[in-house]
Design a protein around this ligand. Structure first.
Ligand code: AMP
Ligand code: MG
Length: 684
């Protein structure tokens, strides 16, 4: 029940907009906040516009709270909250409220006051009527937006309570869990002072009020974006989980690497591929050869006819016109064939061995049947209509396709699944080859909140279906790797350590998701470093999505007591981040360990078919669709919303566009590189 979509209604209180709805900008502003920062929980179901008339405001609100068949969980009003004569929304709303919610009012005011003292000019009201929470927002789109952002993350919980959900089940796990579920953290007592860009509260505030800000990524609370307030410092190691949250690192100790530096760390620290002997069978494709392979046999192994016809011994003058007795038959089947003498012929089929002594084959089309055996079943004599016949016509000589000892495939070549290489090996009698072993991959999801993706029933508050494990297992399998399902593990140091130790015994390469951010329950880095004695080669990458991507190697003794190195990639928990970083970082490592070169996705230049917004500071790997345009150019279009939690952003994507960081949008027609994850489509 707690995961159901929350229904929102919006009442625009504006005499101007009531006359001309096109003048309203607050609906667009607020619906984008709900969509982009509401974690997919909100649905704006109804919007109405009324003039600044108290009775009209109340009438519409009561239609939603008292009359509607289905509960509206949240009702927002915009406009009429200032000191102007016409402003009377707070009064109209107050009169309807059964339970006031001064905390929400305080939250909105506190957030706005951080921006400007003119927040005092807004007179918001919030509270519950029947099963709905009503909140009044200022009329300016910016002000409305900022107020909603200030409280949005806490609202699902309040709305569910107001709608009558059992509060005991809602409160399991306490405030911490609620905060975690809402994607927010309490300040732990430290100051909430924020750095902001310019904010403009429109109607309620002077229009160009501006604020100083300490650094470039200023932000207000609850945006669903990462907000940093202090300058980075250095700190030597991962958290010691036993010290608890109060003594965890407050800044990642891992240097922020560029994507290229991260890739070269992967190159330097991924173990070398291991050489094994593999059978030439259907499991071979995808493997890379660790040796030059020679033909063990000639192809063809015997002199064979290329056509259906008659084997002959060509006389000196090449003239074969005449009638000849058919002395024998050679079919394409194993066995001895009688030698042939000049003046005789052998009926022969395509691919059949030539009789010893035969020097050419005449096509059946160049012959006429002259006489038959008495029963009429066999040819007795055949007339040949050919002269000027050369020796060797219509014959495949021994080894004419491939000679014994020829190198048919070279070290480093990959056996493809389209068939060419495997057919070659099969033809020349090679039954085994030396190749690089492909690592066996274990995939693990981490997080107390993560439940099996197909667990029946509704989710409880805070539960999240495991999206990453099945996604990554499928992707790894599609890339040709054997995958072991390591399940889901809780955010508990001992459990995580045990799971990873066990996994290190079973697989060569571990991919985990979740638990690599900066929370006190983000245990991957400390467990790898402190408990498993592993080395973290990088723990942060300047990119979007996927900043906390972690690459480590762990020395272990294998079952034979040999020291070997195993790889752990700990990817961020957000589904889009997990799959993007799989393709960008995990795949090159897997390729290197399997001898595939060049490692990683193929890079091609593409042309953007629309403008792309850039991230100001980090290069972004934008999920997109590449197609071939009419002129043969490769064209790229976005798959849509790119937030790292957006599972849908990879739907249909066949590439990652390598977008640079930058201020403005990258314009339609610009060229960027695309990393191909799948086949290119025909034009969309
Ligand atoms: P973390 O990296 O553990 O901080 O997780 C970041 C976000 O990803 C949180 O919202 C998690 O609930 C979510 N998440 C983590 N693991 C998974 C998973 N296996 N499937 C879906 N979402 C996940
Ligand atoms: Mg987690």
């Amino acid at each position: 029940m707690s995961n159901a979509t929350l229904r929102v209604a919006l009442l625009i209180v504006s005499t101007t907009a009531a006359r001309d709805p096109s003048t309203d900008a607050s609906q667009a502003a607020l619906s984008s906040v709900l969509e982009e920062e509401g974690d997919g929980r909100w649905e704006l179901v109804d919007t109405k516009i009324v003039p600044d008339v108290a009775t009209q405001i109340q009438q519409q609100l009561m239609l939603w709270t008292d009359v509607a068949a289905e509960t509206f969980n949240l009702i927002l009003t915009t406009g009429g909250t200032g000191f102007a004569v016409a402003d009377n929304t707070p009064e109209a709303v107050s009169a309807l409220i059964h339970k006031p919610a001064p905390g929400l009012v305080h939250g909105m005011l506190a957030a706005s006051l951080n921006v400007t003292p003119f927040a005092m000019m807004s007179r918001p009201v919030a509270g519950v009527r029947n099963r709905s929470i009503i909140i009044t927002l200022p009329g300016s789109p910016k002000g409305a937006r900022e107020n909603l952002q200030a409280v949005l993350k806490t609202l699902p919980h309040a709305c569910l309570q107001a709608a009558g959900m059992d509060s005991r089940s809602l409160h399991v796990g306490g405030t911490k869990k609620l905060e975690a579920e809402a994607g927010i953290k309490s300040s732990g007592g430290h100051s909430h002072s924020h750095d902001h860009h310019r904010h403009d509260h429109g109607n309620n505030h002077p229009p160009s009020h501006s604020h100083g800000h300490g650094h470039s990524h200023g932000h207000s609370h609850g945006h669903g974006h990462l907000v940093r307030h202090t300058a980075p410092s250095t700190n030597p190691l991962s958290n010691d989980p036993s010290l608890g949250p109060s003594r965890r690192n407050r800044e990642s100790p891992y240097p922020m690497l560029s994507v290229n530096n991260a890739l070269s760390k992967i190159k330097d620290h991924t173990p070398l591929p291991e050489v094994v002997t593999l059978k030439v069978d259907r499991s071979l494709p995808g493997h890379v050869l660790a040796e030059d392979v020679q033909a063990r046999e000639n192809v063809p192994a015997f002199r064979a006819s290329i056509v259906d016809g008659y084997a002959v011994v060509v006389p000196r003058d090449g003239n074969l016109r005449g009638v000849f007795p058919v002395v024998s038959v050679s079919h394409a089947s194993p066995g001895e064939v009688e030698p042939l003498k000049e003046g005789e012929i052998t009926r022969i089929t395509t691919g059949a061995p030539l009789p010893p002594g035969a020097t050419s084959v005449i096509m059946v089309e160049d012959t006429i049947l002259k006489t038959m055996t008495d029963d009429g079943k066999e040819e007795k004599e055949v007339e040949i209509l050919a002269d000027n016949v050369q020796k060797g016509e219509n014959i495949r000589e021994v080894g004419s396709d491939i000679k014994t000892g020829t190198i048919i495939l070279s070290k480093g070549e990959q056996i493809s699944a389209v068939g060419g290489e495997i057919g070659l090996l099969a033809a020349v009698g090679v039954a085994e080859v030396k190749a690089y072993r492909k690592p066996v991959i274990g995939v693990l999801s981490t997080g107390d909140e993560i439940v099996q993706h197909d667990r029946p029933g509704d989710l409880r508050l805070g539960e999240v279906r495991d999206t990453n494990r099945i996604t990554l297992m499928t992707a790894a399998k599609e890339c040709g790797y054997e995958v072991v399902d390591l399940g889901i593990t809780a955010d508990k140091p001992s459990t995580l350590e045990e799971t990873l130790r066990d996994a290190l015994r079973r697989v060569d390469f571990i991919i985990t998701t979740g638990g690599v951010s900066m929370g006190e329950l983000d245990l991957l880095k400390p467990t790898i470093e402190r408990s498993l004695g592993g080395t973290i080669h990088f723990g942060r990458v300047a990119m979007k999505p996927g900043k906390p991507t972690t690459f480590a190697t762990v020395p272990v003794k294998d079952n034979a007591g040999e020291r070997v190195t195993k790889v752990i990639f700990s990817l961020p928990g957000n589904p889009a981040s997990a799959i993007v970083t799989f393709h960008l970082f995990v795949l090159p490592s897997l390729h290197q360990m399997s001898g595939i070169s060049p490692a990683g996705l193929t890079r091609v230049p593409v042309t953007l078919v629309h403008d792309f917004v850039l991230d100001k500071t980090r290069p972004e790997y934008h999920r997109a669709i590449v197609s071939v345009g009419k002129d043969g150019n490769l064209l790229a279009a976005s798959t849509g919303g790119q937030r790292s939690s957006k599972v849908g952003s990879l739907r249909g994507a066949n590439c990652l566009l390598c977008m640079p960081s930058g201020k403005g949008p990258l314009k339609k027609g610009s060229k960027v590189d695309a990393l191909l994850m799948g086949g290119i489509r025909s034009e969309l």
